[in-house]
Design a protein around this ligand. Structure first.
Ligand code: XMP
Length: 512
């Protein structure tokens, strides 16, 4: 196993992710971890992450001395490299040429990390983000790579098996970065690479048992992948002591509420409270047209109903949430960071603050596709594991203007046809999210010999890796016209179909 010491970089979790992808178990600890704890962990290798600090500022963080005394391979990335050099007798200074984003490294020598990946004499693309740079090497090191802004962009001390890179091998913008990391863990540190999601599952179950003890846990199910996987995992850990609460706001897609109940109660035998609160939600949404107001209304009611159901159960000691790593980063920047709130996503925050319960968040370090892999490992059906993301406020934010039960019913029908055709064409998994929006305009049409005056709808389908940016899915015209035909013919009340061709940015994925 490998220990990652975190100096606070935004991308530290990506190091862990790359290691897991190559079958290596790792843990991320803060750089301030105690020496005794590090020794007891007995890592096969240590990676020092990047971070926002500057090595020549007085109080800047350092790696614990034991890191360099254990005799295990050490890889310093960005700030980690600088800290390592400063601690081993080198020198770091502010660079006059700061590098952010894409850069190139000239490979001037070879080492165990570059074996089979980078050839000596080549020029390799990397991703950099630094203001400081190493200006004098500590004894024992030699230069492997040079960039315009960093004369020691890649350094190695083969005897001690210490390596340092100024660039970030963990991000995808460093095309061969994962292979460099793999050489470090497999070739240099001798990791076998046999760690799997099955092992993660076993460890996660042990951690949940440890945390919860004899306590009771409640978990809100939304029909989405994250809460489903969290619930299935926790159920395997503590069985009957988990109760799931599914607050049905009546704004789910066609068939989704039924599927949640069928899967969790009937198939997995999980204790499940299904509360049909659609009247309550639709009643509260009457007259509400502002998107943020809709979110707040749904969010507030959700908490109220959830609390009510939980009280009815006689309380619980823990609240389980399917928080993923990207939620953790996004909500950090949403509370206190310099970024502007574009939309308030009610699935992060809100609930726990009010309920003052201890949280169980077994997916906190995973990314979406890892959660899907874990869900498969747990035996969840593909229909749930592979499901597109769906927003907490559901169809309420896909019906611009006032939301009514009639409109929601109409939209469900349109949406179901669109998704059915996407599945039939084998495109579902190639798309990040696909859905229909019911527009608040009526348009004139002609059907048979009759004039119609009905709703228009928009179809939206995007590709994305994290929902932060998105591209329009390029359906062919034949597909789109087939879908449009079916919708207009089969859904009475809709007579016009448009396809949204806006990317994100400048658009967002949802319309509201
Ligand atoms: P946007 O529309 O901001 O969406 O580009 C990015 C991702 O977030 C989802 N989304 C939400 N999820 N509550 C949620 O739980 C919300 O209020 C909300 N708004 C957007 C959206 O479906 C997409 O996956």
């Amino acid at each position: 196993r490998v220990l990652i010491l975190d100096f606070g970089s935004q991308v530290t979790q990506l190091i862990a992710r790359r290691l897991r992808e190559s079958g290596v178990y790792c843990e991320i600890w803060p750089f301030s971890a105690e020496e005794a704890r590090i020794r007891a962990f007995a890592p096969k290798a240590i990676i020092l992450s990047g971070g926002p600090a500057s090595v020549h500022e007085g109080e800047s963080p350092r790696a614990p001395a034991v890191v360099f005394a254990l005799g295990v391979p050490v890889l310093g990335i960005c700030y980690g490299q600088q800290a390592m050099c400063a601690q081993l007798g080198g020198e770091v200074q502010p660079a006059d040429h700061r590098e952010f984003g894409r850069a190139f490294v000239d490979v001037v020598d070879a080492c165990a990390l570059t074996e089979g990946v980078w050839a000596k004499g080549g020029r390799e693309q990397v991703w950099m983000s630094h203001g400081d740079r190493v200006t004098r090497l500590p004894p024992g090191f030699r230069v492997i790579g040079v960039s315009e802004g960093a004369p020691f962009a890649f350094i190695a001390d083969d005897a001690r098996r210490f390596y340092g890179v100024q660039f970030h091998p963990e991000v995808v913008h460093t095309p061969h970065g994962a292979a460099l990391l793999r050489n470090f863990t497999h070739k240099v540190a001798g990791c076998r690479g046999d760690w799997t999601m099955g092992a993660f599952r076993a460890e996660a179950i042990a951690r949940i048992r440890d945390q919860v003890g004899e306590g009771r846990v409640v978990c809100g199910l939304s029909g989405g992948v994250d809460s489903a996987v969290a619930a299935a995992l926790i159920h395997q850990a503590i069985g009957e002591r988990l109760t799931c609460i599914f607050v049905d706001h009546g704004l789910m897609r066609a068939g989704e509420a039924e599927e949640v109940v069928a899967t969790f109660r009937d198939r997995f035998n999980i204790r499940l409270v299904h509360r049909d609160a659609s009247d309550l939600f639709l009643g509260a949404l009457r007259g509400v047209t502002d998107p943020e107001e809709k979110r707040k209304t749904v969010g507030r009611l959700f908490v109220e109903v959830f609390e009510e159901e939980q009280r009815r159960l006689g309380g619980a000691d823990f609240l389980a949430q399917g928080t993923l790593y990207p939620d953790v980063i996004e909500s950090v920047s949403a509370t206190g960071g310099p970024s502007v709130t574009i939309k308030s996503h009610h699935n992060v925050g809100g609930l726990p603050e009010r309920m003052r319960m201890r949280l169980v968040e077994p997916l906190r370090e995973l990314f979406k596709d890892e959660v899907r892999a874990l869900g498969r490992e747990l035996g969840l059906p593909e229909g749930i594991v592979g499901r597109h993301p769906f927003p907490g406020p559901g169809l309420a934010i896909r019906i611009p203007g006032e939301v009514t039960r009639e409109k929601a019913d109409l939209l469900r029908k349109v949406d179901a046809i669109f998704l059915e055709e996407i599945r039939a064409a084998g495109l579902y998994d190639a798309i990040w999210q696909a859905f229909a929006v019911l527009l608040p305009v009526r348009t004139v049409g002609v059907m048979g010999d009759q004039r119609t005056y009905d709703h228009a709808c928009a179809l939206r389908a995007v590709t994305s890796t994290d929902g932060m940016t998105a591209d329009v899915y390029p359906f062919d015209m034949g597909f789109l016209t087939r879908v449009a035909n079916r919708i207009v013919n089969e859904v009475r009340g809709v007579n016009r179909v448009t396809y949204d061709i806006t990317s994100k940015p400048p658009g967002t994925i949802e319309w509201e």
